[in-house]
Design a protein around this ligand. Sequence first.
Ligand code: MG
Length: 336
Amino acid sequence: MRLSFKPYTIELKYVFTLAKSSRTSTQVILTEIEFNDKIGYGEASLPPYLSETTETVSAFLSKVDLSSFKDPFDLSKIISHIDSIAPGNTAAKASVDIALHDLIGKLLEKPLHKIWVLNKNETPDTSFTIGIDKPDIIRKKVEEASEYKILKIKLGRENDKELINTIRSVTDKPITVDVNEGWKDKNFALDMIYWLNERKVTLIEQPIPKENIEDMAWLTENSPLPTIADEFVQRLPDIQRAYKVYSGVNIKLMKCTGLNEAYKMINNARSLGMQVMIGCMTETSCAISAASQLSPLADWADLDGNLLIKNDPYEGTKIINGKIMLNDLPGIGLKK
Ligand code: MG
């Protein structure tokens, strides 16, 4: 088995504004694992608000030597080995995990969702993010998003209510709200959630800073809407920490080291009676198609990362009438 990788710059269709930053491009690293004339594709996405960079991922991947593994089906052993190389580096690890899963699917000539015995018709609708912007641009973005059945809005700034009112002036579609830790006070957050609940908002993601665990448990207990942990949850042990603090968790391949751990996290969350969202970063169709293979297991999907970019090098899982449509291609379902 041979791993290779190269940096790639994703260009965004719009300036992407969050509670704490704005940007027009995202760096990714595209990986390939070659074995017996088959190639598995993977990706590490590196949004600037997280700690990994082109340099750290390249340094990590340079340390990955798969030559001692003769069989890609030794997946657990290989993944444990990758994880033991260095702490952190979750996106770098995910780029190997995704490529390995894609390779295994290609060797078995089956899509991953079939290997996991998931029903491809049970995929959820994905939400589509409308980035923070001026009211006339927001209205235009909502019109352009006519195909999507759920809109996701980033709140956590001074004009939250104005933003929601702008969207509600043009559509009554369900809205999911992601605050990215932007509300600082639990009482303010609860007032906002009640206000949003009256305006057909269906869930609230990461309303307050992840450190405020007691306040968050109080908020979840009193909230009329489900609360979803994102920044609070990275890897498998974080699911137990989120129990009784949030109603559900947003699982992302780039945070959790890939499909192997994401699958375990979903099952752990389910066993605790928690809701599951599968999310993404700004990514190409590679990481999105990989995550979409797990989407029949999720209550909510937020897999629009590839829809917001201009230069996707791949073709994979499609969104049709807002719903995730898995194809029958082997592995993660990707065409170059
Ligand atoms: Mg989020």
